[in-house]
Design a protein around this ligand. Structure first.
Ligand code: TXA
Ligand code: MG
Length: 320
């Protein structure tokens, strides 16, 4: 019997016993457990083989639930929540004592969001606690945008992957924290920097190490395929220069395939960055499943969601 199922009540039963369930969201699938249970949280870190200094995002179903986990919501955080929740925006806010240190990497802030996915919301509404959920992939590897990706990673370890279809946005949430009420972007994501700025004005971008000032650089390689991957300005030119063979390529809108490219993933033939973002991880998963010598990805335009795509591609191509 497959671990992929649409049975929300079964997910509730599993989560009530401090076990884990993979859940669909509009960004990527999450590996979810009771955010108030240290037993469940430890299982998340163990299954992902994730270092404990890298804190988790807590998922809630409504703004009313926010009060149980954070002590203060700055005015600009409220503006962003009003505009983008439910949706792919994570806010980093002052935490209440009730949130275990394990969730936040002992920080006094907690990352929180309301996901915009009917299955995730229906599940959250049936539970007496919020769900801590990192992306449902082993630490450092490509995030899952289909239930089958999660199954391939965790079959045998996980009882249930809730089916929710392909993730609509396809890359992680945009993460915004605050310093003296001023917004700081910690991670580019499914909401563009331009869209955040349109709501709150100036935003400081501080996304170079995914968190963890105590561990600089450690998270630079992330979202990475097993196959060697490079990011270049022009795929065809790169191939001429290097003479590489047995190549898989990723382009934005170009669909002409150079000779030595075995498989080409054009992320959006119409040149739509939102569509490209939605297709990015699934293209990487697919190319990584072929036995290629190299994946060559083309740099995206550096604005809007192109910036978020470039961020993921840069991290996917950092040397092993
Ligand atoms: O779209 C998403 O955000 C997905 C879905 C499942 O919701 N989740 C996700 O979780 O991407 P994860 O664990 O892969 O990334 C969470 C990131 C951490 O890497 C860390 O950078 C940041 O959230 N984070 C969490 N708590 C934080 C805090 N207190 N301060 C700063 N950054 C924090
Ligand atoms: Mg992740």
């Amino acid at each position: 019997m497959s671990i992929i199922s649409s049975d929300i009540d079964q997910a509730v039963q599993i989560l009530l016993t401090d076990e884990l369930v993979a859940i669909p969201t509009e960004t990527v699938y999450g590996l979810a457990g009771n955010a108030f249970s240290e037993v469940a949280i430890n299982k998340i870190f163990a299954m992902k083989e994730r270092p404990h200094f890298n804190p988790l995002i807590v998922h809630i179903h409504s703004v009313e639930q926010l009060d149980a986990i954070v002590s203060d919501v700055p005015p600009k955080a409220k503006l962003l929540a009003d505009k983008f929740w439910p949706g792919p925006l994570t806010l980093v806010l002052q935490k209440r004592d009730k949130v275990p240190d394990l969730v936040t990497g002992a920080k006094d802030t907690v990352a929180v969001r309301i996901p915009n996915h009917p299955v995730a919301l229906a599940l959250l509404k049936k539970l007496p606690f919020p769900l801590a959920a990192p992306s449902a992939n082993p630490f450092g590897s490509i995030s899952p945008t289909k239930a089958i990706h999660v199954k391939q990673y965790f079959e045998g370890q996980l009882k249930l992957v809730l089916e929710g279809g392909d993730c609509e946005n396809g890359i992680e949430s945009t993460i915004i924290g605050f310093e003296n009420g001023k917004p700081i972007l910690y991670r580019h994501g499914s909401i563009s920097l331009e869209d955040i700025i349109a709501v709150v004005g100036d935003v400081k971008v501080q996304n170079k190490k995914e968190i963890a000032p105590d561990a600089p650089g450690m998270l630079e390689r992330h979202y990475a395929p097993n196959t060697k991957t490079v990011l270049v300005d022009d795929v065809a030119l790169y191939l001429v220069k290097t003479g590489a063979t047995n190549v898989g390529a990723i382009t934005f809108e170009t669909s002409s395939k150079p000779n030595n490219v075995i498989y080409l993933e054009t992320l959006s033939p119409d040149g739509d960055l939102k569509e490209a973002a939605a297709n990015l991880y699934s293209a990487l998963h697919y190319l990584d499943s072929l036995t290629l010598d190299i994946i060559v990805a083309e740099r995206f335009p550096d604005y809007g969601l192109g910036r978020s795509i470039n961020d993921r591609l840069e991290r996917a191509t950092k040397g092993k």
